[in-house]
Design a protein around this ligand. Structure first.
Ligand code: HEC
Length: 390
């Protein structure tokens, strides 16, 4: 009775009762806050039932697909420790679902490539489950953002980048490229350098590998023989070499020079970058040699479409494809129309990450019969395709 009658008496809200209303509203909000906190806690406890653990599944995914870029002294922020990864959880989930990360434009289900760095469906699901399950480190430990004061060094499981060594073993011949200076903030750019191999006689090689000296600034590298224009190898952060099947070799004529095309990214500091090219000699039995086929798509009658075809005069096996994709290209399809009428799609790629040009290196160089028509179709711009084949 008291409250209502007093209220009636004063007709209007007194300062005192206004204060009372304010306080009770505040208390209600605070209580609601606690309810939210409690329900989140209860909820988080439930969802911790994810069986995906950082120390087990996630660290393997990072090792296999991410740390070649996401590392100290790499092109992007590190995703090596539990804490680093936990703090990026939501973004990692979003970027991997959208297939922005890792960068890889080939649509699964067509050609199979040794340098395919995309996540499998299962790996993507592990990431989603881990992030949505609040990212447990191992059996039930979650990130608390509290510094451990025990002073004991903890041996934490972490992802580890594996570079700084030759993947194909010690090369038979190494050559340093020209030193390139990247000035602070200069736009991304492509630089060329010509390397004299000093060969007095013809040599055959079975593999080409590259090691940049500063991975923070190099996005991609392509190597061709200056004299013949033949493409012999390339480098991306996730796959630094090209190796031919047994019995197959690249012929380097005496006096050959290598033309290196290095794609640099913009960087905040001044960097002097000087990579090393490694060549691996083939043994005597490697008598089959490679050559290139080049197909350049031209504007087609249908507006935005570009296309070119080439009929094979002899049987071949394709080692790798190198599409040169100008900005604006939406998709590219490389297919082989066989004499019997069937068509194999060798590569279908779309949503290119312009910063990460890559070749597509076949897992098994398949036999393509003579008479087959190879075609390149692109939308949004003309693509030049180099096919390394034997
Ligand atoms: C080829 C190099 C490369 C690989 C491989 C790669 N990333 Fe990235 N990632 C980058 C670069 C470069 C950026 C741009 C961020 C920056 O400016 O540092 C980036 C950005 C991101 C971002 C932040 C996006 C944003 O909106 O800020 C996330 C999250 C990410 N990567 C997760 C991953 C995960 C997870 C993997 C592995 C499954 C992966 N990346 C593999 C190079 C790479």
């Amino acid at each position: 009775m008291t409250y209502v009658s007093r209220h009636k008496d004063t007709k209007a809200l007194s300062t005192q009762s206004a204060l009372r209303v304010f306080v009770s509203l505040w208390l209600m909000t605070a209580a609601a806050g606690w309810i939210v906190v409690f329900s989140v806690r209860a909820f988080s406890h439930e969802t911790l039932t994810t069986t995906v653990l950082f120390d087990r599944e996630i660290v393997r995914i990072l090792n296999k697909h991410c740390v070649m870029c996401h590392t100290e002294n790499g092109p992007s922020f590190p995703l090596e420790t539990y804490e680093q990864t936990w703090l990026q959880g939501r973004k990692i989930r979003a970027e991997t679902i959208a297939r922005h990360m890792p960068p890889w434009a080939a649509v699964p289900g067509y050609g199979q490539f040794v340098n395919d760095n995309s996540l499998t469906l299962r790996e993507t699901q592990f990431i989603i489950s881990w992030v949505e399950g609040l990212g447990p480190r191992n059996s039930g430990t979650v990130f608390t953002n509290v510094v451990d004061s025990s002073g004991k060094p903890r041996t934490a499981v972490r992802a580890q980048a594996d570079f700084g060594r030759w993947q194909l073993g010690q090369p038979d011949l190494t050559r340093d490229l020209n030193a390139e200076t990247i000035d602070p903030g200069q736009p991304k750019q492509v630089r060329y350098s010509i390397i004299d191999l000093g060969l007095t006689a013809e040599r055959r090689i079975r593999g080409v590998e590259y090691m940049p000296s500063d991975r923070r600034v190099v996005r991609a590298a392509f190597f061709t023989i200056q004299e013949t224009g033949q493409w012999i190898g390339s480098w991306t952060p996730w796959h630094g070499f090209m190796e031919l099947p047994a019995g197959v070799a690249i012929r380097l004529p005496a006096g050959s020079h290598i033309r290196a095309e290095i794609h640099y990214q913009s960087f905040k500091d001044r960097v002097v970058e000087r990579g090393t090219l490694g060549l691996f000699f083939a043994d005597k039995a490697a008598t089959t040699t490679t050559a290139d086929l080049v197909i350049e798509a031209k504007p087609d009658a249908a507006g935005n479409r570009y296309r070119a075809e080439l009929r094979l005069a002899a049987d071949m096996r394709a080692v790798a494809l190198r599409p040169e994709i100008p900005p604006g290209v939406k998709s590219i399809e490389v297919s082989a129309r066989k004499v019997d009428g069937g068509t194999d799609v060798l590569l279908f790629a779309k949503d290119f990450a312009a910063d990460w040009p890559t070749p597509y290196i076949f897992k098994d160089p398949a036999l393509v019969r003579r008479g087959t028509v190879l075609s390149v179709t692109s939308y949004g711009g003309p693509v030049k395709l180099t096919v390394s084949r034997y």
